[in-house]
Design a binder for this molecule. Structure first.
Ligand SMILES: Cc1cc2nc3c(=O)[nH]c(=O)nc-3n(C[C@H](O)[C@H](O)[C@H](O)COP(=O)(O)OP(=O)(O)OC[C@H]3O[C@@H](n4cnc5c(N)ncnc54)[C@H](O)[C@@H]3O)c2cc1C
Length: 338
């Protein structure tokens, strides 16, 4: 059993920033996320897109913002359970125990749901035996790009994710085929241009107006069957088939926890972002209230107010005095400006 003050479900930007604000109040946090890495939508949907509305940053790439948030919370030593989904919750002696789908149990007096759009689940292409090859050559996420060095890869998809990873893996892979069912790609124009250039230079092969229809292999994947609109069936040697058709968000098991839900979001009191269950808070994209905007900076604000209330639940007898970081400093963090 893992014990902590605040269990934060969701390691997106709002969950990460909660660790900082809680840390200022000496509250320890543990982060739980179904995804294999922190960052939520920023790393999963648009890592290389610049964000222009983070205060103090005229422009920052989404993945760089995540890196900065992780650096900012390092002094507070949060715990992480990644690749696991919060499944069930029950209360015992004034504390909650959350169990993940892999059986990990985490106990905390305060639960912060920062689950964004919910659990992301990959959109799977309709290939009859695809389940059989999951973790045996079929990957829906790229967790560690080095894993694909020297391998035969088939990537499918026409959006940013398929284009960006094709560009990134072009030099690492032994061969890389990018399959898309239309001639036009949906991704950023400069990524489309780069992918076409890599094709011209023989670094990758683009096959459009085609779809992957079958997977072959004994113990693991070795061949991908592609049905081309004009050329018929093609057999392509593949150690990995990586379909990148996006992720579908689902509120998931949290929907059954007895929380007040309105249109796929958790209703909160804007005084402290508490839910209808005492001790459970909801911040970021997953909550709703009149005037709600799904913006990162709004989630940061919600996290800041929420931890003040959470503190009182963790330490009902302690007095909380508000102090600026310019006064307290952050132990273990070197000041960057002289
Ligand atoms: C293309 C795009 C562009 C955007 N541009 C901007 C912008 O310019 N400026 C801006 O402010 N905002 C922008 N946004 C919105 C911004 O990304 C969101 O407001 C922000 O990501 C919300 O952060 P979050 O931490 O609440 O949730 P998320 O980033 O969604 O993270 C939630 C995390 O919770 C996890 N999770 C959910 N349920 C569970 C569970 N049961 N168990 C375990 N883990 C769970 C998920 O896996 C996920 O990692 C953009 C969004 C998109 C899609």
């Amino acid at each position: 059993m893992i014990h902590t003050d605040l269990l934060i479900i969701g390691a997106g930007p709002c969950g990460l920033f909660t660790v900082f604000e809680a840390g200022l109040l000496q509250l320890h946090c543990h982060l739980l996320d179904i995804l294999p890495q922190p960052g939520g939508q920023l790393n999963e949907i648009y890592p290389k897109k610049p964000i222009y509305d983070i205060p103090g940053y005229p422009s920052i790439l989404a993945n760089e913002l995540v890196d900065n948030l992780i650096k900012q919370i390092e002094p507070f030593h949060p715990g992480f359970t990644l690749g696991e989904r919060a499944e069930t919750i029950f209360q015992s002696e004034g504390k909650f125990i959350v169990t993940t789908h892999k059986g990990t149990r985490i106990q905390a007096p305060v639960i912060v749901i920062a689950g964004g759009l919910g659990c992301f689940e990959p959109r799977k292409p309709p290939i009859p035996n695809i389940d059989q090859f999951e973790d045996r050559g079929v990957d829906y996420y790229i967790k560690n790009p080095d894993h694909y060095s020297g391998k035969n890869l088939v990537i499918a998809g026409g959006g940013d994710s398929a284009l960006d990873w094709s560009i990134f893996l072009a030099d690492k892979a032994k061969s890389l085929n990018l399959i898309h069912r239309r001639n036009e790609f949906r991704g950023a124009p400069d990524s489309v241009a780069k992918v076409r250039e890599l094709h011209e230079n023989g670094k990758i092969k683009i096959i459009t107006e085609a779809q992957v229809t079958g997977l072959l292999g004994q113990r693991s994947l070795d061949t991908v069957i592609v049905k081309h609109d004009r050329e018929g069936e093609l057999e392509i040697p593949a150690d990995y088939f990586i379909p990148l058709f996006g992720l579908t968000p689902k509120l998931g098991p949290i929907a059954n926890w007895g929380l007040n839900i309105e249109q796929q979001a958790i209703s909160v009191n804007t005084f402290d972002y508490s839910t209808n269950i005492e001790g459970i808070y909801a911040i970021g994209d997953i909550n709703t209230y009149p005037g709600k905007l799904k913006l990162i900076l709004c989630g940061f604000h919600e996290a800041t107010l929420m931890v003040q209330s959470a503190f009182k639940r963790v330490y009902p007898d302690k007095k909380l005095s508000f102090k600026y970081t310019t006064v307290t400093g952050i132990k273990g963090f070197e000041a960057t400006s002289k």
